[in-house]
Design a protein around this ligand. Structure first.
Ligand SMILES: NC(=O)c1ccc[n+]([C@@H]2O[C@H](COP(=O)([O-])OP(=O)(O)OC[C@H]3O[C@@H](n4cnc5c(N)ncnc54)[C@H](O)[C@@H]3O)[C@@H](O)[C@H]2O)c1
Ligand SMILES: O=C(O)C(=O)C[C@@H](O)[C@H](O)[C@H](O)COP(=O)(O)O
Ligand SMILES: [Zn+2]
Length: 364
């Protein structure tokens, strides 16, 4: 078992990564001050429930907990205000109080949704992340919780840190291959923004990672979480450094919104977005190898590197202008300086973005 810390003063918390951890959920909750006197709301989705809900409820009940369950439909559309309201209803009807805790058993969708419920219920109750996807090595760490608005991604949300992250890597073995690939997109992002050697390691271990080799997977998750934790510990509320975690998300979020939050998985959209950032960087005179190496990385993982032609360029631009990354009349882009290093650029024009979108379509 590996333990990492997210250092945030009184809001610090551990990330436990290991095999079989779900069996000991009750002990971990107790260790973190969530006792059997406190009722729990467990949120999950209808893909995960048949696989892990019974086991999770059994272990919690064995430990003496009272648990209310809310199962949402799988997929990005669950990050909506109407589903948020349904989960809130389950919490109220289940009699949760200010000492209760919300447990998110699932990927980034469940984590973001349940986390926003925890942040809002009675103005904030405790929250535990139990990630079950590879992508969630990113989403379960850092406390960004939110639902989407039809016009823009993650538009309604909060910062609400969990009390712990319990990552049972055994659960990842049941992921569909498309989700496995999408999860590696954020892992590669952590290499691209922070650690060239890690990006290179991802490239070299692609085959083993895609085959879910346990040792490599655990190392990749640990390194990805460590990078995320280091950034968040320095800048919890994105006043500066944390913005680098948004590499590929300026165009990526627009792709998700224009795709109706269903055509593209988050990991797929941001891999195309990261290709867009690499292209912009090269157009601004940075080394051509940034583009070729980024493309090689995503290609090796079977992730998309171009934009389907049917996506309307102006619709993408419109969505981009509603994103949080459009500030003070400027679009904020994270651009690679080299593999493993990025900077924040705020003078990219809409015409430059249009040109890159068209070029990404030509590659299709
Ligand atoms: N808060 C953050 O910092 C942050 C960071 C990155 C991404 N996100 C958000 O995370 C979301 C994407 O997360 P995701 O990729 O985990 O998607 P997801 O939560 O939709 O999970 C992916 C799919 O896999 C299924 N699934 C989950 N675990 C499984 C398992 N162990 N076995 C079999 N099937 C399983 C789910 O039912 C779903 O269909 C997006 O909404 C994105 O915006 C948030
Ligand atoms: O934690 C962060 O900060 C990130 O930017 C991580 C991203 O991978 C994640 O998709 C995040 O939800 C995007 O944040 P947003 O503020 O642009 O909605
Ligand atoms: Zn992301």
């Amino acid at each position: 078992m590996r333990t990492l810390m997210v250092e945030l003063g009184e809001r610090s918390y551990p990330i436990y990564i290991g095999s079989g951890l779900l069996n000991d959920l009750g002990s971990y909750l107790q260790k973190h001050g969530i006792t059997t006197k406190n009722s729990l709301l467990l949120v999950t989705d209808d893909n995960i429930a048949p696989l892990y809900l019974e086991k999770t409820l059994h272990t919690l009940q064995q430990s003496g907990y009272r648990v209310v369950t809310s199962i949402v439909n799988a997929g990005e559309k669950a990050k909506s205000l109407s589903v948020f309201e349904n989960v809130m209803t389950a919490a109220i009807e289940g009699g949760l109080d200010r000492n209760s805790a919300v447990l998110a058993l699932g990927g980034g969708v469940v984590g973001d949704l349940a986390g926003f419920v925890a942040a809002s219920y009675m103005r904030g109750i405790r929250f535990v992340q139990i990630p079950t996807t590879i992508l969630a090595h990113d989403s379960s760490v850092g406390g960004k919780v939110a639902v989407n608005h039809p016009l823009a991604k993650n538009m309604i949300g909060a910062f609400h840190q969990p009390v712990m992250v319990l990552y049972d890597v055994d659960t990842l073995q049941t992921l569909p291959m498309r989700e496995v690939k999408a999860g590696y997109s954020e892992m590669i992002k952590h290499g691209l923004i922070w650690d060239e050697a890690f990006a290179e390691w991802c490239l070299n271990q692609a085959e083993s990672l895609l085959a879910l080799n346990r040792e490599d997977l655990a190392y990749g998750l640990e390194r990805g979480c460590a990078i995320k934790a280091a950034v968040v510990s320095e800048d919890e509320r994105e006043n500066g450094l944390r913005a680098i975690l948004n590499l590929g998300h300026t165009i990526g979020h627009a792709i998700e919104a224009v795709g109706g939050y269903g055509e593209f998985l988050h990991g797929e959209a941001i891999s195309i977005g990261m290709m867009g950032s690499a292209l912009l960087a090269v157009k601004r005179g940075r080394d051509q190898s940034i583009y070729t190496r980024t493309k090689q990385l995503f290609g090796r993982f079977g992730l998309p590197t171009s934009l389907p032609k049917h996506l309307d360029t102006e619709a993408l631009i419109h969505a981009l202008l509603h994103d949080k990354k459009f500030k003070d009349n400027k679009i904020v882009f994270v651009l690679p300086v080299a593999i493993g290093k990025v900077d924040i650029v705020t003078d990219i024009t809409l015409d430059e973005v249009r040109e890159v979108i068209e070029q990404l379509k030509e590659e299709a």
